[in-house]
Design a protein. Sequence first.
Length: 503
Amino acid sequence: MTARPRSRSLRTRLLVFITAVLVCVCAVMALTTVFAQRAFLMGNLDDRVRDAVERNAGGAALHPELTRDLTFLNEGGQPAGMLAARIDTQGDILSAAVVTQDAPPRSLTTAQTDALKGLAPDGSPGTRTVPGLGTYRVAALDASGVRVVTGLPMDDVLDTIGDLVEVEVAVAAVGLMVAGCLCAVVIRRQLRPLGRVAATAVEVSHAPLGHGQVTGLTRVPERDTDPGSEAGQVGAALNRMIDHVEASLAERRRSEEQVRRSEERMRRFLADASHELRTPLASIAGYAELMNRGTDRIEPGLAWRRVNAESARMRSLVEDLLLLARLDEGRPLQSAEVDMAALVAEAVWDARVAGAAHVWQLELNLDGPALVLGDEARLHQVVANLLANARMHTPAGTTVTATVEATAATCVIRVHDDGPGIPPELLPAVFERFTRADSSRTRAGVLEGGSGLGLAIVAAITTAHDGHIKVQSTPGRTEFTLELPPAELPSADTVLRARPASV
């Protein structure tokens, strides 16, 4: 597998790209300037060449019979380095000379004259390289049968163009160097926020997110989250992503904690349920074993009474467990209008019979009918369990008051007593299953409950009826508050419409 080439940083790529663009721009500008200057100088030189060839042709036309005459080169004003030649009608060079500085014109050699052949006598300038003399701009002209060739050196033009190129190269180099430095500084400053965003992302990626670390993640600074810039948009998006990650991890940790607690509650529930069932089973097995050994060890009637009592206790526990299981599964309950005032009054009467040593009171604060939609048997079980809880955990003589309050918005049942109260450490878990004030496994009576499922059943049935249950307890006052949504009563118009019209 071939190694992937390492990509350059964005700062380097931008700098290289901008430098390349500047080089191209400078090159285009320099070439345009050079070509424009060359065209101007060449045009000026061509004008001078045409003027010179016309002047020389006019001088030669004064003596057309002298086919080799070049005396016009001796006239004043002829520039040094200018060459001239006489040609015949076939284009052969008859004579040729070059003007020298402070000296008579010098004749050209054969090699030099050969460079002047082949020119059309129309006065159009052309470029020829004359050995030993350099590059010339030459033109041939026919004036009344007299043909003259004239050329001017291009050294000045070439030198000027060369100097211009050198100056432009030097200026471009210095300009590119300065521009590159400025671009590097500007790019570095402009990309600094993006660098901080990238550093934040790298730091977050190194955080131990897989181990549940959900707090203290680094955020992009506020100055780097400006939505007006691309880097700010990236920074703001990264902060939002980090917030989502933290929220997700926190939710996952809460879910894991809930699962862990649920598993712990389930293990504790199974252990307590097993123990609660094992105790009556052990009693039944014990009495059965005693009866098998003979009636001299135990009275049969007493044994059967204890067996029946433990069976009833085990049956009650199993029924409570089955009820909680059905409620946990969300099985629908029966739904009908239930008068909570009558239901609570009946439950208080039953409690007065079961707990004659307590003082039982009923208070009705009704603004209207105390009607709710629900399962009457289960709601009766809720109130009965609350009253039984007050009876079993308070001493004789305790006053237990059941209050029913009904408004258009809710139906509230309160059960409070003036007993010793619930221990503070037990109060948060009072509605959990198998929660008991007495952590021992002993029971005062067979059918007296005490398994720790009574209040759990109250909470489960209340939740199934879309209600709420809460408790407040201090020494001398413990109050359970049950809130249920009221049943919707038909309006007066509906009743009138439903009533048959009288005749």
